[in-house]
Design a protein around this ligand. Structure first.
Ligand code: BES
Ligand code: ZN
Ligand code: ZN
Length: 460
């Protein structure tokens, strides 16, 4: 989406639609003098408008305009401020991020309608726009671009997004940036001793990949932040095959990996002055005669073993290897992102990802950045008592808990055993895998938590 700057609406072509707000409930199109149109959106209690509501309002503007097939809008930045205390830059960024996210739809596999798709093409910003605001719009546009590119990967059907293709997508996404991409194949993964990644992929005809992205935005030798993303390109559950319709949407089980991949690229595009590494273990989890059996024991890269009780708890198995590999970078912080357990949805609903952190202050800061970014997160405990539930019999650690309860927490405690030697954060993004009704986002992938990861890289 392009942004242009214009002093007054009179200077713009007739088809440009002006955005305005009223205190009424309804949203309607107003015919203005001289054949112009305005889109009027109802904001019932403007004085009570919060940041969260502004996010939705910005998206609503574009969603309604798209529904009317308007492709060009004009707005004044100040109109969107209401009584919020936001800098010009912050406001402009928030608007551009959410205009961009609302302008997305996954149409790759659909026949275009006769009249063509309806997307916003250009938005004119009226009045005086300071250089800070312009910077905010530019940043917002970049952020929305990577969030939407992440959604593209997540929405792509499993058949077209095996580990090999996910790795190619990482290469493509990094083109033209300072990000270096390597994708290790099966033999290299074997050599590294990643028994977890190999074990999970064993039942699939598609070979695994271990994707490594490195961005050096900071000084040479400066400790990097390592992002780790679950890249299960399809999760059938393996021999513990998923029942009924639980397999629907499991092509999205690489949402964490896709978010990591595009966050590293975004860090480069925003010119963030930090060293960042992205690690994505990519596998397909299939039932087969060559696949994992419940009871199998896998040796991970760190030497610790995993007793596989349930082949459907595959995410934590591949992440164990990636967390072990992360240690080589002597990281300042490791953040893993995964659609790990359905229990996260039970605990939190669909509005926030579960947040776990070994450091209390980091946890609080991430919660704040979650609010600021729009990728909301909520903290959960990492108490050692829960680790009792994942202590193994034949192997060191069980990949499923002995207890029926607290599945999000016991999964995190399992991961904690492999996240040794550095400060660590775990985000279970299961709740935010899919956009919700009323969020003014297209059905399908929500693109979480690219916005939050970018803020964390910038501000932690
Ligand atoms: N990929 C799933 C988790 C998931 C569930 C993601 C729903 C998105 C929506 C994960 O690999 C899984 O299957 N987890 C199991 C764990 C169980 C076997 C301990 C689950 O949540 O049931
Ligand atoms: Zn699973
Ligand atoms: Zn999974």
């Amino acid at each position: 989406m392009r942004y242009i700057f214009s002093k007054a609406i009179e200077d713009l072509p007739k088809e440009v639609v002006f955005v305005q707000f009223s205190k009424e409930k309804e949203t309607y199109v107003v015919q203005l003098e001289g054949g112009r149109k305005a889109l009027s959106l109802g904001v019932e209690e403007p004085e009570k408008l919060t940041r969260r509501k502004l996010v939705l309002l910005a998206r609503q503007v574009v969603a309604v305009a798209k529904a009317h097939r308007f492709s060009r809008l004009a707005f004044s930045l100040q109109d969107f401020r209401f009584s919020l205390k936001l800098s010009d830059k912050d406001l402009a960024e928030l608007l551009a991020v959410n205009f961009g996210m609302a302008n997305y739809e996954f149409v790759e596999y659909k026949t275009p309608p006769k009249e063509g798709w309806s997307f916003m093409e250009e938005i004119a910003v009226l009045g005086k726009v300071c250089s800070e605001a312009k910077k905010g719009l530019e940043r917002g546009n970049l952020i929305a671009g990577e969030v939407n590119a992440c959604r593209d990967l997540v929405n792509t059907p499993g058949i077209d997004m095996p580990p090999r293709v996910l790795a190619e997508c990482a290469q493509k996404a990094a083109q033209g940036t300072k990000v270096k991409v390597k994708a290790l194949g099966k033999q290299e993964i074997e050599k590294l001793g990643m028994g977890g990644v190999l074990g999970v992929s064993r039942g699939s005809a598609e070979e695994p990949r271990f994707i490594i992205m490195e961005y050096q935005g900071g000084k040479k030798g400066e400790k990097p932040v390592v992002l780790v993303g679950k890249g299960v390109t399809f999760d059938t559950g393996g021999l513990n095959v998923k029942p009924g319709d639980a397999m629907t949407d499991m092509h999205m089980d690489m949402a964490g990996g896709a978010a990591v991949l595009h966050s590293v690229v975004l860090a480069a595009k925003l010119g963030i002055k930090k060293n960042v590494v992205g690690l994505v273990p990519a596998v397909e989890n299939m039932p087969s005669g060559t696949g994992l059996h419940p009871g199998d024991v896998l040796r991970t890269i760190s030497g610790k073993t995993i007793e596989v009780l349930n082949t459907d708890a595959e995410g934590r198995i591949i992440l164990a290897d990636a967390l072990g590999y992360a240690k080589r970078y002597n990281p300042k912080l490791v953040v893993d992102v995964a659609t790990l357990v359905g229990a996260a949805l039970v605990a939190l609903g669909q509005r926030a990802s579960a947040l776990f952190a070994t450091d209390e202050r980091t946890s609080q800061k991430i919660q704040e950045l979650g609010e600021e970014s729009g990728d909301y997160v909520w903290p959960m405990p990492l108490w050692d008592e829960y680790a009792e539930d994942v202590k193994g019999t034949t192997g060191d650690w069980l990949n499923t808990s002995k207890s029926r309860y607290g599945g999000v927490i016991t999964a995190a405690l399992f991961l904690k055993q492999f996240a040794e030697g550095y400060p660590w954060v775990h985000l279970d993004i299961c709740p935010r895998m899919i956009a919700l009704e009323g969020e003014y986002l297209a059905k399908g992938a929500a693109g979480a938590p690219v916005r939050l990861l970018a803020k964390m890289l910038e501000r932690l």
